[in-house]
Design a protein. Structure first.
Length: 179
């Protein structure tokens, strides 16, 4: 499927046909976006995993593309909502806050993470167990919280609790100050 902006949606699994790819596009554009949307080249869905990793998605800055994994397991668009928003957050960050992956960047000062055990070595020493401490992952998760597509919550059902607030304010990296 090709979106009106020219983004190519590709499926490498029988579980995702053109209709589902169109629905995935509709999910993507629910994220707040600007002109950077037209710079996204592809969104791919693969059936299997990324090697031994349990990750559901990755962003490739050099090709401006998102790959979603485990498409044979996750066959509903809603199961990729947060992952798609997170990966789009990487795309957003690389176009608007390019220096976010560098130590002592203006973003890290504003974000108040200078004193945290941030891992600035993601490009040469990435480890799944340190995922939450890479600046690239923090800013992508910030995007999810600030601009990501969210499922509508029926406040009447949960009005006696704070659950609606917490549904969209939980950062992957809880020790860091919230965005």
């Amino acid at each position: 499927y090709q979106s009106p902006e020219g983004i190519i949606f590709l499926s490498y699994t029988d579980a995702w046909d053109e209709t589902k790819l169109q629905q995935l596009y509709k999910e993507l554009i629910q994220n707040k976006h600007g002109n950077e949307l037209s710079l996204l080249q592809e969104v791919r869905i693969r059936g299997g995993s990324l090697g031994e990793s349990s990750t559901k998605g990755s962003f490739h800055a050099l090709t401006d593309s998102i790959t979603l994994y485990q498409g044979d397991k996750y066959t509903e668009v809603s199961s990729y909502r947060d992952t798609l928003s997170h990966e789009y957050g990487h795309h957003f960050a690389y176009h608007y806050v390019f220096s976010h992956h560098l130590p002592f960047s203006e973003w890290s000062k504003i974000r108040e993470i200078d004193d945290s055990p941030i891992r600035w070595d993601a490009f040469w020493n990435y480890a799944d167990d340190a995922h939450q401490w890479y600046p690239q992952e923090i800013i992508a998760e910030d995007y999810v919280l600030l601009y990501g597509a969210a499922e509508e919550t029926d406040i009447q059902q949960v009005k006696s609790s704070n659950e609606p607030f917490y549904l969209r304010t939980q950062h992957e990296n809880e020790p860091n100050p919230n965005v």
